[in-house]
Design a protein around this ligand. Structure first.
Ligand SMILES: [Zn+2]
Length: 157
């Protein structure tokens, strides 16, 4: 039996063109170790979730991630959006076995952004280790807005 190749089906391709889709797409099987479940995502959108810090990782742009989603985390008064030096240090010293993470932007807006996170993503040339940049750094921290940052990063949120 000869299987039909839908990629060569004229009607299928016309339909694809009509909806402006140039590729064929692919799918990935759900893996609970690597993908957020619907419930987990809902929990993160609604509030804070407590997770083990060994589950955190960073995307290639250094932003903080849990499974297949970027996330924000909080320690004391700071909000982290990167796997920054401060988090790495605390985790490696065993001082941060668990952490609160969220996707809820209204929960993070009022808190102060972590300067080591700004450093990790080189936000506007931010350098947390060069003290002669102190005035400039203070200014950046003061005017930093998660809303603005995220809009530039994920315009289709
Ligand atoms: Zn940080």
């Amino acid at each position: 039996m000869k299987l039909v190749d839908f990629k060569e089906d004229e009607k299928f391709n016309q339909l694809r063109e009509k909806i402006g889709n140039s590729g064929y797409g692919d799918f990935e099987l759900f893996d609970p170790k690597r993908h957020l479940s619907w419930q987990e995502r809902k929990g993160l959108i609604e509030g804070w979730s407590n997770i083990s810090t060994v589950m955190l990782h960073a995307y290639s742009d250094h932003t903080l991630a849990y499974k297949n989603s970027h996330v924000f985390s909080q320690t004391d008064e700071h909000i982290h959006f990167s796997l920054c030096d401060k988090l790495k240090k605390r985790i490696s010293q065993g001082r941060l076995p668990n952490i609160e993470i969220t996707l809820n932007e209204s929960l993070i807006k009022k808190k102060v952004v972590c300067e080591y996170c700004l450093h990790a993503v080189s936000y506007q040339g931010f350098d947390a280790y060069r003290r002669r940049h102190e005035e400039y750094n203070k200014h950046i921290i003061k005017q930093f807005s998660f809303e603005h940052y995220l809009l530039g990063k994920y315009p289709n949120r």
